[in-house]
Design a protein around this ligand. Structure first.
Ligand code: PGA
Length: 267
C-alpha cells in the first residue's frame, strides 16, 4: 500500500492545553473517530510535553498517533531544559515535529539544527515531521521556492533513501500561521507542494520521493479544508486553532475524507 493512499490529519496544540484538557480532547476525538478505518486515515495529535505521558495512556497508537513538539538531538548530557529522544521513546510516542515556524522564528532554530533533530529522530525510530515554509518577506522577494529547497536540502541532508520512507513534511508558510495569519489559497499551496515534491524526488528518487506525505498547515479552517484537500499535491492537513475542539476537528475530518477518497479514487 502506498503511503499516500491515506490522508494525514493532525494538530499541534502548541502551548495551550493542560494535561486534563489534553486527555479530555483525546478521549472525545477517539470516540468520534472510532469508526473511521485507519487504512484511510493517519490521525495524529502533538500535545505539550507535560501531557504526553497521560496522552499515551489515554489513546492507542493504532487510532491516534502522538508526537512531541520538539526534541534535542543528543541522547543525554549537559543540555538543561532539553528533552532527549530516549525520554520520548520511554513514553511511547510516534512523531517528532521539527522546525515549526515558532521554533525557527521565535526560538532561533536554524536549518542545521533541524538537520540534527531529523537525524536523531530517525536514529531512534520516530517519524520526523519536518515543517518548512517561507516568510512574507521571502515571498515578496519571490524566493519562496529557493527557501523551501534550502530547508529541505539542509534539513534532510543526512537522510538515506531508506530513512526517507518514514519522513513526513508539513508546508506551513510563516505568513499563514496563527491568529494574524492569512491562509494560503489552495492554488498557491498546491504549487508549493509541487515544488516540495519535485525536490524530494530529486533527493530520494521517484518511487520514494513521490511517496513522502506533504501536509499543508497555516490557518486551515472548516471553509478552506475542502478546497485544499482536493488539490493533487496536498496529502493532508496540519491544523492549529480549528482543530483544538475535538468536535470541530471531527467536522473537518468528516468533510475532507470523501473528497480525499474521490481524489485518490478509493472506493
Ligand atoms: P493555525 O496553526 O492553524 O492556528 O494557523 C497552524 C500551525 O502552527 O501549525
Amino acid at each position: 500500500m502506498r503511503r499516500l493512499d491515506k490522508i494525514y490529519l493532525g494538530t499541534n496544540t502548541k502551548m495551550y492545553k493542560s494535561i486534563a484538557d489534553t486527555v479530555e480532547f483525546l478521549k472525545r476525538l477517539d470516540d468520534l473517530t472510532a469508526d473511521i478505518s485507519r487504512n484511510l486515515l493517519e490521525l495524529f495529535v502533538i500535545p505539550s510535553y507535560t501531557a504526553l505521558d497521560q496522552a499515551r495512556r489515554t489513546v492507542k497508537e493504532e487510532y491516534i498517533k502522538l508526537g512531541a513538539q520538539n526534541m534535542c538531538w543528543e541522547d543525554e548530557g549537559q543540555f538543561t531544559g532539553e528533552i532527549s529522544p530516549l525520554m520520548l521513546k520511554e513514553i511511547g510516542i510516534n512523531i517528532i515535529e521539527i522546525g515549526h515556524s515558532e521554533r525557527r522564528h521565535i526560538m532561533g532554530e536554524t536549518d542545521e539544527i533541524e538537520k540534527k533533530k531529523v537525524s536523531a529522530a530517525l536514529r531512534h525510530g520516530f517519524t520526523p515531521l519536518l515543517c518548512i515554509g517561507e516568510t512574507l518577506e521571502q515571498k515578496n522577494y519571490k524566493i519562496s521556492d529557493e527557501i523551501l529547497k534550502i530547508q529541505l536540502k539542509v534539513g534532510l541532508n543526512e537522510v538515506t533513501e531508506q530513512e526517507a520512507k518514514s519522513i513526513w513534511i508539513a508546508y506551513e508558510p510563516v505568513w499563514a500561521i496563527g491568529v494574524n495569519g492569512i491562509p494560503a489559497d489552495e492554488g498557491y499551496a498546491n504549487e508549493k507542494h509541487g515544488i516540495i515534491k519535485d525536490t524530494l524526488i530529486a533527493m530520494f528518487g521517484k518511487d520514494i520521493g513521490s511517496d513522502i506525505p506533504v501536509l499543508y498547515g497555516g490557518s486551515v479552517n472548516p471553509q478552506n479544508a475542502e478546497p485544499l484537500i482536493k488539490e493533487e499535491n496536498i496529502d493532508g492537513l496540519f491544523i492549529g486553532r480549528s482543530a483544538w475542539q475535538a468536535d470541530n476537528f471531527y467536522k473537518i475530518i468528516q468533510s475532507v475524507l470523501p473528497l480525499f477518497k474521490e481524489k485518490r479514487k478509493i472506493f
